[in-house]
Design a binder for this molecule. Structure first.
Ligand code: UGA
Length: 433
């Protein structure tokens, strides 16, 4: 018999997970405390953009495979509950209040149930949390098994990543819990992906190590980019391409740029540094990774200074507000910190983004000018900075920049071929002039 699934916490992980389960044919209940979000979801409208999400949501609603509720008590009729509530950072430390509250409620509801039930925590948890905080709230219930199952979904491609994960990591309370989760995955996938079964703490650490390593790769290549900028024609893109061919290094996550943003990498790095500190370890490597990232936008400021546009009333056009392409998410986007700095210098800012303008306007209100088209954004400005690697920016040609008052272009994402921009004042991160 097909398992019934409940998912508590409909953020980008939880909603994507719920919708993909429903699309796969599992009867699914999505649970959240935000009633407005639930109403929109019942009408087929996801609160954020994610490729395929809306289509699969509407399809699942039509087929009556998904319902939405604000009651955790509705998990009682399901077989597996995924916990995907947020674990935000407060003052550099992870805030577990949501996950604790949910698990307590889950325990209360499941104490009324006789049949077995699998609870799977997908929220990112600092090492030892599952054993010390989650398990004690559930282990008195004989019918409940607990597993942690960290996810490696990337925003923008979450649906695809759920359908084709490179690995499934299971941290299990005991063999029974792990077996139950593997059984579910066997019914989910036609071809079962590689599964790694381990204990709670190792699974928790895998998630943090994964994100910390990705962050390290980015700060590493940005450090090389910063060297390149001092030498005429030294080009970090060519260097990254070359070292990426060494199988011990690999080509991915070696794109130099303005630094990493988003709701995951910066948060998980801070949490791991705080965790190490509690153990009496300064973790100088991860601190350096964080420091390189924090100062990376200053490299753009330096170029603006060299271009002589870092002066009151100059107009700067920023193309790209989302923390990366194919998302409307602006959390920890480098564009946010860069524009704050530019405003402090007294500059006027015009911005454009194919998707994230609305979310950005919630942060900056009328302090900056929002443009519907790239052309409007570039008109009469003193410099254009490309901050997100959207495909439509990659297509821009030299002629598209003719409306700038002064032909200054900064390519912080290395989306352009520098040889095509030699006729204007073109500068790029990691490219010496
Ligand atoms: C990241 C991880 O990639 C996922 O595996 C993980 O599941 C997720 O965090 C999470 O913990 O939930 P995500 O935050 O969606 O996913 O974004 P990434 O694709 O990792 O990009 C993060 C930032 O690094 C972006 O600002 C991106 O522009 C930047 N980046 C990425 C670079 O500057 N250079 C690169 O080469 C790659």
């Amino acid at each position: 018999m097909t398992k019934k699934i409940s998912v508590i916490g409909l953020g980008f992980v939880g909603l994507s997970l719920a919708v993909v389960n429903a699309q796969k044919g599992f009867d699914t209940i999505g649970i959240d405390i935000d009633n407005k979000k639930l109403t929109n979801l019942r009408n087929g409208n996801p609160p954020f953009y994610e490729i395929k999400l809306e289509e699969f949501l509407r399809n699942s609603i039509r087929k009556k495979k998904i319902i939405f509720s604000n009651k955790i008590s509705s998990i009682i009729d399901t077989d597996i509950t995924f916990v995907t509530v947020g674990t935000p950072t407060k003052n550099g430390k992870i805030d577990l209040s949501q996950v604790q509250k949910v698990v307590l409620e889950v325990a209360k509801v499941l104490s009324r149930k006789k049949q077995s039930h699998l609870v799977v925590v997908k929220s990112t948890l600092v090492p030892t949390t599952t054993n010390d905080v989650i398990l004690p709230k559930l282990q008195h219930l004989r019918n409940i098994r607990l597993a942690v199952n960290p996810e490696f979904l990337r925003e923008g491609t979450a649906v695809q990543d759920l359908l084709e994960p490179h690995l499934i990591v299971i941290g299990e309370q005991d063999k029974q819990a792990g077996d139950a989760l593997v059984k579910y995955y066997k019914s989910f996938y036609k071809k079962l992906p590689e599964i790694l079964r381990t204990n709670f703490i190792t699974a928790e650490l895998i998630k943090y190590s994964n994100n910390a390593f990705l962050a390290t790769k980015i700060s590493f290549i940005n450090s090389i980019a910063n060297i390149c900028q001092n030498f005429p024609m030294a080009d970090v893109t060519i260097i990254a391409n070359a070292i990426g061919k060494d199988p011990r290094i690999g080509p991915l996550f070696l794109n130099a740029g303005p630094g990493f943003g988003g709701s995951c990498l910066p948060k998980d790095l801070s949490a791991l540094i705080a965790f190490s500190k509690n153990l009496g370890d300064t973790n100088i490597l991860l601190k350096a990774v964080q420091q390189v990232n924090k100062t990376q936008p200053d490299k753009i400021i330096r170029i603006l200074k060299q271009m002589n546009v870092l002066r009151k009333n100059k107009i700067i056009s920023v193309l790209g507000l989302a923390f990366k392409k194919n998302t409307d998410d602006v959390r920890e986007s480098v564009s946010v910190s860069l524009i704050e700095k530019l405003l402090d210098y007294g500059l006027s800012i015009k911005v454009h983004d194919p998707m994230a303008t609305q979310n950005f306007a919630k942060l900056f209100h009328d302090r900056i000018i929002y443009c519907k088209t790239i052309k409007d954004c570039l008109r009469n400005s003193d410099c254009c900075i490309v901050m997100t690697d959207w495909d439509e920016y990659k297509k821009l040609q030299l002629a598209d920049f003719k409306n700038l008052r002064v032909p200054n272009v900064i390519d912080s994402r290395r989306v352009f071929d520098p040889s095509k921009f030699s006729k204007i004042n073109f500068r790029a991160i990691g490219l010496g002039v």
